[in-house]
Design a protein around this ligand. Structure first.
Ligand SMILES: O=C(CO)COP(=O)(O)O
Length: 135
């Protein structure tokens, strides 16, 4: 499963804690992240992760492009709902593309936990079929 991990600055600490707690599940998958989020995960959790550009510099749009090309299976995006983001349109576009392509999206830790537990239970295996179909 190809999983994108993203967090706004005020939520990065939460994501690090989350990724640390679920490392044993995440390590089984192909991981992607926006630039700064990815660097922190590599440095602080030690997971192997592909880094796109930083969010404000186009990273969210790169993940959106991967979704449109059927190259991403899940997005975990810890958004900060209390701080205005200069690249808000990119954030909205990414979330929109998740809805366009039925990509499971968690925007907070509560939902993210359910998605990762769902992966373990095989609830997302339909994504693997979808992936094969598009080849
Ligand atoms: O701003 C972001 C997502 O919108 C996250 O980007 P960074 O991981 O580069 O901080």
């Amino acid at each position: 499963m190809r999983i994108a991990l993203v967090a706004h600055d005020q939520k990065k600490e939460d994501l690090i804690q989350f990724v640390t707690a679920y490392k044993s599940i995440l390590i089984e998958h192909e991981l992607f992240a926006t630039g700064t989020t990815g660097t922190r995960i590599i440095d602080e959790v030690g997971l192997n992760i592909f880094r796109y550009k930083s969010g404000p510099l186009g990273g969210d749009q790169q993940i959106g492009s991967a979704i449109a090309n059927n190259e991403m299976d899940m997005v975990i995006f810890f958004r900060d709902p209390l701080t205005a983001q200069p690249h808000e349109p990119d954030v909205t576009a990414l979330i929109r593309l998740c809805d366009v392509y039925q990509i499971p999206l968690a925007t907070n830790m509560g939902t993210a936990e359910i998605l990762l537990k769902g992966i373990e239970q095989g609830f997302l295996d339909w994504r693997l079929l979808e992936e094969r179909r598009s080849r």
